[in-house]
Design a protein around this ligand. Structure first.
Ligand code: HEM
Length: 214
């Protein structure tokens, strides 16, 4: 049970965070937009301790933050922590795509490839653009069915920890982005280690500095 949790919960969340901070370091305008969304909460919520110097965001505070959630989904679209879904066919059928399948066939779905298909994600699919997940005025998340964004699987075997994982990632990203500036170490090769999960081969080397005036 512990090993299962480590694979499903720890490695997936850890992998998501590495790619997310990589994307943020490359897109400073997204960091600014996250800070804009966090500012009203940081201004009203009190510090937990008198001598506390970091603003630590609580899960309850970050639940309503739609831009932050879009940032997470956008990173997982480009770098899904679990790379493949494997499905076994129980009985002969024809898929909506017209493909005929027979009992015993195995269907492999590449989540990584799906993030880069024009018909699924549009022509600008290689761009890191959190707005694609949001309504025109940016006030709410668009509905995207789980079969179109498979990072947490779809159907009866949907990830049971999805909401918990999103809550964890939101509080971590909010706290780090609010308190620190992150810059990538020049020359460090960021590349995926191809296995069943999309960990970073060499990890993410970054310079982390307290934000001025925080
Ligand atoms: C970013 C983080 C996560 C991602 C991307 C993720 C993704 C997935 C995926 C793709 C599956 C389906 C695997 C399959 O059967 O093919 C799955 C299943 C599952 N996940 Fe997650 N997961 C994440 C975090 C978590 C966390 C934090 C927990 C627990 C606290 C968790 C618990 C589970 C469980 C129990 C299942 C099995 C569900 C079932 O078969 O009925 N996951 N997850």
């Amino acid at each position: 049970m512990l090993i299962f949790y480590m694979m499903t919960g720890r490695d997936t969340v850890g992998t998501t965070l590495s790619w997310l901070f990589y994307n943020l370091a490359k897109n400073p305008h997204v960091v600014s937009a996250i800070r804009d969304e966090l500012a009203p909460i940081a201004a009203t919520s009190r510090k937990q301790e008198e001598n506390e110097t970091l603003k630590v965001f609580e899960a309850q505070e970050t639940i309503p933050l739609v831009y932050l959630q879009a940032v997470i989904f956008e990173s997982m679209r480009l770098y899904p922590p679990i790379l493949y879904e494997r499905k076994s066919v129980l009985a002969e059928d024809v898929l909506p795509s017209g493909h005929q399948v027979r009992a015993g066939d195995v269907i492999m779905i590449s989540l990584y490839a799906m993030g880069g298909v024009d018909s699924v994600r549009g022509k600008d699919h290689s761009e890191y653009r959190p707005q694609r997940w949001l309504s025109r005025d940016g006030s709410s998340l668009l509905y995207v069915p789980s079969h179109k964004f498979l990072a947490f699987n779809s159907g009866p075997r949907l990830c049971l920890g999805k909401e918990m994982a999103i809550a964890q990632i939101k509080t971590i990203v909010a706290t780090v982005v609010w308190n620190y500036d992150i810059a990538l170490v020049e020359g460090h090769a960021v590349e995926p280690k191809l296995s069943s999960s999309m960990q970073m081969k060499n990890g993410l080397m970054a310079m982390v500095k307290r934000r001025e005036g925080m």
